[in-house]
Design a protein around this ligand. Structure first.
Ligand SMILES: [Zn+2]
Length: 210
């Protein structure tokens, strides 16, 4: 199974940007950009592509699952949605996972939300599995919320394969924001993505042996 991991945004496309003042007595201005968080989580998954000799990814039976992991970007480059869709098609990916962070004006919403193409059983399976394993609480993982339709459709409509858009947490929420910057939480998010990938791999395998 070939999986394309797509860290959202990059280059001059910053994605959501959170600005706040640190509670350090000086009110130091702070900034967090979505493009950096999505890349950090993708970098946690990078050992899956070519596991170095001492990597934890070696322990995983990637070859058992015939799992091939590729990335749209592993540096700070700008890619259009069409570029990302072409990458899926050119590499004949079976599954595409888009990594993003959410934002909304009230600052109250928090947690992971995963979106898939309505009616896609594979998308639903991967989506629910990622949400279940996320270190954050999860909200609606049904097909996209109405307010998300245009954005989700835009991302997922650029290729014919199974795609899942993971909004890992809300940059607009203070609690999510502080944890999204944490390297261990980023690894947990990466592991949640891997669980989603393996869930689909196992289902495909079960169908193949049935
Ligand atoms: Zn985004």
């Amino acid at each position: 199974m070939r999986v394309l991991i797509d860290p959202g945004h990059g280059g001059d496309n910053l994605g959501a940007v959170a600005n706040w003042h640190a509670d350090d007595g000086f009110g130091t201005p702070k900034e967090l950009r979505e493009k950096d968080i999505t890349l950090a989580v993708a970098e946690c998954l990078e050992p899956l592509a070519e596991p170095p000799a001492d990597s934890w990814a070696r322990v995983l039976p990637l070859s058992y699952w015939d799992l091939n992991v590729i990335f749209t970007r592993l540096d700070d480059q700008a890619l259009s949605l069409t570029d990302r869709g072409s990458r899926a098609k050119d590499n004949d990916a079976d599954l595409v996972i888009h990594l993003h962070c959410d934002t909304e004006p009230t600052g109250e919403r928090n947690g992971t939300r995963c979106y898939y193409w309505p009616g896609s059983d594979a998308g639903a399976l991967v989506s629910h599995t990622i949400a279940k394993h996320s270190p954050f609480p999860f909200g609606s993982n049904a097909p996209a919320l109405p307010e998300h339709y245009p954005r989700v459709r835009n991302v997922l409509s650029k290729y014919p394969m199974t795609g899942v858009l993971v909004e890992m947490g809300f940059l607009s929420n203070e609690r999510d924001r502080s944890w999204l910057q944490n390297a261990w939480v980023q690894r947990q998010l990466a592991l949640a993505v891997l669980q989603g990938v393996l869930a689909l791999g196992k289902t495909l395998e079960a169908k193949a042996v049935a």
